[in-house]
Design a protein around this ligand. Structure first.
Ligand SMILES: *[C@@H]1O[C@H](CO)[C@@H](O)[C@H](O)[C@H]1NC(C)=O
Ligand SMILES: *[C@@H]1O[C@H](CO)[C@@H](O)[C@H](O)[C@H]1NC(C)=O
Ligand SMILES: *[C@@H]1O[C@H](CO)[C@@H](O)[C@H](O)[C@H]1NC(C)=O
Ligand SMILES: *[C@@H]1O[C@H](CO)[C@@H](O)[C@H](O)[C@H]1NC(C)=O
Ligand SMILES: *[C@@H]1O[C@H](CO)[C@@H](O)[C@H](O)[C@H]1NC(C)=O
Length: 446
């Protein structure tokens, strides 16, 4: 916030008039916003409509509870403090139906970015619901700020088949790797680049930029566009260290100097911000580089389970897109190794990565040994059934605020997504009469 106007004392009459003028603008902005929401909901006009038209039957419809969550969750669960204080609560409850959020964003902002989250398989099914809940909540908070870069959302479902989340989450379905490529399923690392290529070749989005995400990244707060101008902005992965493998790296980028090897970025493909334009050039190189690495025994052995990440990093170098790239230590938090909502320099984290097992012994030390574990949160425990509502909070000996935040965020989402108990029982999304307790049906309208 700029401090200008309010810092100076203003003379009586002039101040009075300024307030009126300001009031007028706020009212005008509100009217304009409601009008654009109404337009979006009725549909036909504008670029959003055109883009959606190309998709025909894949068009989806969403309910956005602009302020809805506030009434239910704050009243019914005063004890479980809201994990993200940044998400402001507005008391006037109103439900607005916005269609085609996937393709049309209400953000009139050229820095706006689209969120594209890849998904396939069961674990991604329940994680996508929680991921999308937090995207929506933080985007609603974002829209109440002076500037909001968060645009539309797409779940990129690369199983080739629509599923039962189509009405809940804006989704584009693309084919999985063709059998001719995935002969013996060994090319599984090609799934993601292939899905993105399918998507970029078929779909247009109104935003100039997008961020590639995964379902286990949860939005902790409204996230600004973290690009460096039109160049990529990516999360730092400190365990991707290309210069520890200079000989291997040179196989893919040529016989360059040590200094150049150090310019290969410490990133993976997600979360990464990229412009649609850069990505069109990058995607085929990413795909090819992945194959190259996969088929090179030395590289394959060296990078193994993070082969995909090296492939993306090396592809950006091969495409010359590493040059002005910005790599952010505070874009993605990695609990239990990160413990606080800010990084080591006090900058806020934006996304919470649910990937690592959070396992602590009775002294509160992290441990890998499950026999010694006195407390564990591991998403892998939910690969057959989704997590139930009200997961227990970590006991006091777990001195890690981000592990607490994971549990609080999962619990808040499962509390607010309708019919979660049925979902846990059947793994199917159902319409039901069961509601979150203490709630009068706001959540049931879907
Ligand atoms: C994968 O399948 C192809 C063709 O069927 C075969 O040549 C290749 O050896 C197989 N690779 C592995 C690792 O099994
Ligand atoms: C790589 O470059 C260095 C320095 O320019 C040179 O000494 C070396 O012979 C080159 N190696 C290969 C395999 O071309
Ligand atoms: C990918 O590699 C194949 C085989 O080397 C090549 O034919 C193709 O042109 C490459 N595509 C791109 C976009 O580099
Ligand atoms: C485990 O925690 C205790 C108590 O905080 C501490 O004294 C001890 O050094 C820790 N052990 C390890 C291996 O970190
Ligand atoms: C785990 O801890 C138990 C109990 O101290 C010990 O017997 C076992 O060897 C440990 N396992 C590993 C893999 O370290």
């Amino acid at each position: 916030m700029k401090s200008g106007p309010s810092a100076k004392p203003v003379k009586g009459r002039r101040g009075f008039r300024l307030e009126h003028v300001a009031g007028f603008f706020v009212a005008a902005a509100l009217v304009f916003f409601l009008y654009s929401v109404y337009q979006a909901s009725t549909g036909s006009s504008g670029g959003a409509g055109a883009a959606a038209g190309a998709l025909g039957s894949l068009r989806t419809r969403n309910l956005i509870h602009l302020t809805g969550q506030a009434s239910g969750s704050s009243a019914s669960s005063a004890s479980s403090a809201s994990p993200c204080p940044a998400a402001e609560v507005v008391h006037d409850t109103k439900t607005v139906t916005v269609t085609k959020l996937v393709y049309g964003s209400t953000v009139q902002n050229h820095r706006a970015y689209h969120v594209v989250t890849t998904a396939a398989g069961f674990s991604n099914h329940w994680q996508a619901r929680i991921h999308y809940y937090w995207y929506k909540k933080q985007r609603d908070a974002c829209l109440r700020e002076a500037v909001c870069d968060m645009g539309g959302f797409t779940r990129l479902l690369h199983s080739g088949k629509a599923d039962d989340l189509m009405d809940e989450i804006p989704t584009v379905v693309v084919d999985p790797l063709p059998p001719s490529v995935s002969k013996n399923t060994t090319y599984i690392v090609l799934n993601r680049p292939y899905a993105f290529i399918e998507w970029i070749n078929r779909i247009s989005i109104p935003e100039k930029y997008f961020v590639m995400c995964e379902t286990d990244h949860l939005f902790m707060r409204p996230m600004p566009n973290l690009m460096n101008g039109d160049s990529q902005g990516a999360a730092l992965f400190s365990y991707i260290v290309p210069w520890n493998y200079p000989a291997v790296v040179r196989k893919f980028i040529g016989n360059v100097s040590d200094e150049e090897v150090h310019r290969v970025p410490q990133i993976g493909n997600s979360p990464t911000f990229v412009s649609v334009e850069e990505f069109r050039a990058l995607a085929p190189i990413w795909y090819n580089t992945t194959i190259d690495i996969y088929e090179d025994k030395e590289a394959h052995d060296a990078w193994n389970w993070v082969l995909e990440m090296y492939a993306y990093s090396l592809a950006t170098y091969r495409a010359g897109q590493h040059v002005n790239m910005k790599v952010h230590p505070n874009m993605l938090a990695h609990p239990p190794f990160d413990k606080e909502e800010v990084d080591f320099e006090g900058r806020p984290f934006y996304l919470l990565h649910l990937t690592y097992p959070c396992r602590f012994d009775k002294d509160g030390n992290m441990t890998d040994n499950s026999t010694l574990a006195a407390y564990t949160f591991d998403k892998r425990d939910y690969s057959v059934k989704p997590p139930a509502r009200n997961l227990p909070e970590p006991p006091p000996f777990v001195q890690n605020n981000l592990v607490r935040l994971i549990v609080a965020m999962v619990n808040e989402a499962t509390e607010n997504i309708p019919c979660w108990d049925d979902y846990v029982a059947t793994s199917k999304v159902t319409k039901c009469n069961q509601h979150k307790h203490g709630q009068d049906g706001v959540a049931s309208s879907r």
